[in-house]
Design a protein around this ligand. Structure first.
Ligand code: ADP
Length: 259
């Protein structure tokens, strides 16, 4: 099986995320549940795409498949020209750590570490600091992210001392510190009130526009999806419709505002 050395140059003419005829079937006792059904889609570098659908339509399963967190039953996922299925587990993990960052509904911050500790450990786990070509975490870049995310002065605190909105913004900083090519966000505003949801959506949009990260956001909330350049609607494991987000061209408030 071919390996992945982390240095593959993306081909800018091809999609950064490609799913072809993707199917995922779960065995639930004696019953087979097809969560994703022959789905094909592609995302170009720098796009902000939202995937919307009712509960049970297969959004999370698609998220896990595109993020290389689970294997497809059939079909393929190609990230930056590399087919996940051709990689062994180690190489798949390496590809994921080099190219993809995740933002989850429940923030998933480690409770015993400060916000800074959470960001540092994500950087360490990504492998960027180790080896002969390892580079230490870029503190200037972290300052820049903290400013965009309005969490300056909050990094010494543990998650329990932060509001839900602040925790999610720390989780976004943790995702972005590795300068991933792709940000996959699964219901990132699901646990937040309207004010904090707006702030987090603005941050995701800002990181997409200003830092160039390709962003794919799963949500069941049509208002959140409206900020995306493209919205894909899922039902019964398939994409049934596509449209442009009605707020996709909105001008963002200045960094630090609306929080
Ligand atoms: P969504 O994120 O849109 O709510 P999911 O991908 O979580 O949808 O689920 C799609 C379908 O797959 C549902 O019918 C769900 O019950 C089923 N499913 C999801 N995960 C599993 C699993 N680990 N085992 C069995 N069935 C599952």
């Amino acid at each position: 099986m071919p390996g992945y050395n982390g240095n593959v140059q993306p081909d800018s003419a091809s999609p950064i995320i490609l799913a072809e005829n993707l199917t995922k079937t779960y065995q639930a006792g004696k019953v087979l549940v097809t969560a994703v059904r022959g789905l094909s889609m592609s995302v170009e570098p720098g796009e902000f795409v939202a995937i919307v659908g009712p509960s049970g339509s297969g959004k999370s399963t698609l998220f896990y498949l595109l993020g290389g967190l689970t294997r497809a039953t059939s079909g393929r996922v190609v990230i930056d020209g590399i087919d996940f299925a051709t990689l062994d587990d180690g190489a798949r993990t390496k590809l994921r750590r080099h190219r993809i960052a995740f933002v989850f509904q429940k923030f998933n911050l480690l409770p015993t570490l400060s916000a800074m500790g959470n960001i540092e450990i994500a950087y360490t786990v990504s492998g960027r600091a180790s080896g002969p070509n390892g580079t230490p975490m870029d503190l200037k870049y972290l300052d820049h992210l903290s400013e965009i995310l309005s969490i300056q002065g909050r990094l010494v605190h543990r998650p329990a001392e932060l509001s839900g909105g602040e925790q999610q913004r720390v989780a976004i900083a943790r995702a972005l510190i590795t300068r991933p090519a792709i940000v996959l966000a699964d219901e990132p505003t699901g646990n937040l009130d309207t004010r904090n949801s707006d702030a987090v959506l603005n941050m995701l949009l800002r990181s997409n526009r200003e830092l160039g990260q390709t962003t794919l956001m799963i949500t069941h909330n049509p208002e959140a999806a409206a900020i995306a350049g493209r919205i894909l609607y899922m039902r019964d494991g398939e994409i049934v419709r596509e449209e442009k987000g009605s707020r996709a061209n909105e001008v963002l408030p200045p960094a630090g505002a609306a929080v």
